[in-house]
Design a protein around this ligand. Sequence first.
Ligand SMILES: [Zn+2]
Length: 572
Amino acid sequence: MAMMAQMSRLLVPTLREAPADAELASHRLLVRAGFIRRVDQTSGFYSLLPLGQRVKARIEAVIRQELDGIGGQECQLPIVQPASLWERSGRWAVYGQEMWRLADRHEHRYCLGPTHEEVITALVGGEVRSWRQLPQLLYQIQNKYRDEQRPRFGLLRSREFVMKDGYSFHTDEADFDRCYAEVYRAYERIFRRIGLDCRPVQADSGAIGGSLSHEFMALADAGEAEVVLCNACGYAADVERAEAGLRQPPPVRAMQRVATPGARSVEEVSSALGVVPAAVAKSLFFRATYADGRQEVVAALLPGDRTLNEVQLRNACGALELVPASPGEVEVPLGSAGPVGLRGVRLVTDREVASGGGWVVGANEEGVHLVGVCPGRDFDPGAVAALATARTGDACPECGAALRARRGIEVGQVFGLGTKYSAALGATYLDAAGQEIPMVMGCYGIGVTRTLAAVVEQHHDGDGIRWPAAVAPYGCALVTVGVGEQGAQAVEAAQAVGRRLADAGVDTLWDDRDERPGVKFKDADLIGLPVRVTFGRALERGLVEVKARTASEPQLLPLDAAPAAVAAVLQA
Ligand SMILES: [Zn+2]
């Protein structure tokens, strides 16, 4: 049932000034327009005010409709989870400091759920016995907790946030693949309906295992994630996953020692030797920590003009964590370190360096470098991985055209979990032959509050938010101006239009406050409902102003024509 809300009765505290800690448009505008408020002075926790809650509810409604449409079942799992479950999956020890841990009065340990694989796997494992009960696709929409080291950007990186997390259970990989494709297409529909320009990109599945993984990225300059896109073939990947195209390595020649006094950085070495930075292979040292607690020093060898892709390095050596090594941990001088004769260090070499050629590297001796160093001939490259971060201009790995790097906000992710959790937590089923088999699982997330902020990043201008009709808190703003008899006539006309719009299923927000017209128009633009109808002086001629939030000029229309004009804007 559509309704007409009166602004004078709502809690919509708009502000003229942006909060000091707001760096991004979404953060600034959601606070200024009265959608969210930070809790006290604590960073990373926000209250959703009535307008924010209405947008969130509309986003959730789209998600529910699309997931229910492919057989998803909504459930609700507890936020507080026992440590024992996480110990069985092995994640209690390795999840790290982002997990909120707590104890009850009996000293039993718990966490506030950052995610729910353990809980749902134990639940389904306990209830489902037979292949006849599979597949199952379950989801919930709920608050999640991550103790971010640096919460910021308002709803984009907060410590409490709302997520839709979904999990599927299958007899085999083929059935999982079918479900994955269905969820993937449902996600495309969800983000399209919400009004987000969103790209599914191949993602790193990292330590979770499983083969399939896509992130849904809302393209936005403010995004923290980087993706590379190929306009020629449609290839799209998270920069952590993307492989830079290989270039021709520097020509092969005999290895030689050369003095490079005072030259330590790639730039200094390449200019001292008269070569391009791409002909220098730099060595970067890290202290790696493994799941069993073991540590060692790892060296990454990659072209000097390249930025290290740390995720690929971590995957290549299987480490949980990499921290830059301090000079004391490495026996060689860091400014002249190189792979030739390097001892006590695990070496990982970039594909391009490993592909051959004669490279400039440090000689492991202060002020000395080696030129013409050839992998295989002069040193053992160790593990080979795509260590260079892909960037604009690199060759697309699929078609060879030039890639373009863009920034994005990760609003959703779909990935395969294989049997990692079902095996650890005993989620098995009996097949037709009576054999006990671990279920194959998939996992599907959408950041709901993050999506809300991403919509604002993509839909705003200098005056405020421009909500897409599908998620706007109300469809239409009714603004009455004027005093005395003129004011009374405006109120009467606004109520009549509001009723007609309500009958047509459009929620309206009537600015009935005792404020100057300028204040009302500024607030209407700031709050950003898709269309505004103004009831003022033109009513003497039986006319009202109808203005789409994205239009530069209003239309002057007869009062009777206003509801149809509003509907036309909302359906555009
Ligand atoms: Zn391509």
